[in-house]
Design a protein. Structure first.
Ligand code: UD1
Ligand code: MG
Length: 453
């Protein structure tokens, strides 16, 4: 097998996206909790690129920060004026100085191209095509560039604005994804002019220029669903729906039971193991891992947490960042857990807030227990030992430590440590006043009778 050339990505992300009507650059709008740009980068990185250049413009600083988070090795270059897609690609030239492999141009606002599709484009390059363009049969070709081709041999691309009626009838459209050898790409781009309806430098012109220079150009096609771009809020919602549908399908194929798939919302990085059951109306924020065999019951909300095998979470539970559940833990209804480790077999079944805490092996936390972890300035830790029993409605005023096998009395406000095996009581002693209730009620009823007479 011949050795394939290295790949560099150029991701175009300079456009304003004015139809989003937003202060946020379009590529930073999120699908499944990740910016559109991150989705495009993720697909691109399946090629294991040697280099990656992101062309930023509108909201450049914010785009640069997102690039740092999702592709720390990428170079971000700035296109100060948006003069068209060819001009945008030209901005990456300096960053790719000395690179002598294939370049793949992606759009930051086109999140769903599959790795297999980019692979097919690489294969076409390896098979001798000088320029490879990703096309698709559009249901409504509208504003897309039209691919003028004979079979998979591409002659030129004509933008809708510049097309004749006959050309507009063509349904094979340009996705925008283009692959070519770096040196060829930049040579062709040097020749692109801006004498067209938009007065822009069109990247699409490189196909006609390549053919005029007796180079070959080829179309690789993919389903339209992959080339879905995001231009409006409605497109963003449609992209979210499409991505959710794909993730739910993948989860079920991997052995997860979703009893009502359409009501479960996943994040781009949600990891759910085999034989996990997810009941209706569960929402996963970013950073969640659920190990095989756990159950997530209805109406729960999870983010930034890890749920081990055998756990049952919910219904109506909230796991916030830093919630770490060891095996066989129970977190029941209206329980919120944040930055807390719950050791094996621990139970917190009703109406609690557990934050900045460690709850020991098989400890039982009674209904209504609250860790008072915040003094208004600092956060403090609560530690509950193995097999401890926390009475209902205990306030654990942190920093505080409850020993192993210890108990707290219901309704206690616990401000000091409780030693191993001890009972901590932090409430006033009960006093009974004989006959008091009867006397009080009689008095009140008499007062009411005087008023109404
Ligand atoms: C482009 C293609 C069209 C294709 C369509 C697919 C051209 C000339 N046309 O048209 O054939 O069918 O995409 O969606 O290429 N960008 C920059 N800097 C610029 C201009 C654009 O970074 O100066 C970026 C945009 O942010 C966007 C991408 O390039 O991510 C495409 O630009 P856009 O203006 O949306 O091009 P279209 O008119 O949709
Ligand atoms: Mg567009």
């Amino acid at each position: 097998m011949s050795k394939r050339p290295p790949v560099a990505l150029i991701v175009l992300a300079a456009g304003q996206g004015s139809r989003m009507r937003s202060d946020l650059p379009k590529v930073l709008h999120r699908v499944a909790h990740a910016p559109l740009l991150a989705h495009a980068l993720r697909t691109g990185h399946s090629m294991d690129p040697a280099r990656c250049v992101i062309v930023a413009g509108h909201g450049g600083a914010a785009v640069e920060a997102a690039a740092q988070a999702h592709a720390p090795k990428a170079d971000v270059v700035h296109q100060t004026e948006q003069k068209g897609t060819a001009h945008a690609v030209a901005q990456a030239r300096a960053a790719l100085e000395g690179f002598d492999g294939d370049v793949i141009v992606l759009y930051g606002d086109t999140p769903f191209i599959r790795p297999e599709t980019l692979e097919a484009m690489r294969a076409a390059r390896a098979d001798g095509a000088d320029v490879v363009v990703l096309g698709f049969e559009a249901a409504e070709p509208g504003r897309y560039g039209r691919l003028i081709a004979h079979g998979d041999r591409l002659e030129r691309i004509v933008e809708a604005k510049d097309a004749t009626a006959a050309e507009l009838a063509v349904r094979l459209c340009n996705s925008g994804v283009i692959a070519a050898r770096a040196s060829v790409l930049f040579e062709l781009i040097d020749q692109v002019g801006c004498d067209n309806a938009a007065g822009e430098y069109y990247l699409t012109d490189i196909v006609g220029l390549a053919r005029a220079a007796r180079l070959s150009a080829r179309v690789v096609t993919c389903p339209e669903a992959e080339t879905m771009g995001v231009n409006t809020r409605a497109d963003l919602a449609a992209a979210e729906a499409a991505f959710q549908a794909r993730m739910r399908r993948d989860a079920m194929e991997a052995g997860v039971t979703l009893t009502a798939p359409d009501t479960v919302f996943l994040a781009f990085d949600t990891v759910i193991g085999r034989d996990v059951v997810v009941e209706p109306h569960v929402v996963f924020g970013p950073g969640v891992t659920v190990d095989p065999g756990a159950t997530i019951r209805a109406y729960s909300h999870l983010e930034g947490c890890h749920v081990s095998a055998g756990c049952v979470v919910g219904p109506y539970a909230r796991l916030r960042p830093g919630a770490e559940l060891d095996r066989d833990v129970r977190v029941g209804n209206f329980v919120e857990v944040k930055a807390a480790t719950l050791r094996q077999g621990a139970k917190i079944n009703h109406l609690s807030y557990i934050g900045d805490a460690e709850i020991g092996v098989r400890a039982n936390v009674g209904a209504g227990t609250i860790t008072c972890n915040y003094d208004g300035v600092f956060k403090h830790r609560t530690t509950v030992g193995a097999r401890a029993f926390i009475g209902s409605n205990t306030a654990l005023v942190a920093p505080v430590r409850i020993g192993a096998d210890a108990m707290t009395g219901s309704g206690s406000v616990i401000t000091g440590d409780v030693p191993d095996g001890a009972l901590g009581l932090g409430r006033s002693k009960q006093v009974n006043k004989d006959g008091f209730a009867l006397r009080l009620m009689r008095k009140l009823r008499e007062a009411k009778a005087r008023k109404t007479n």
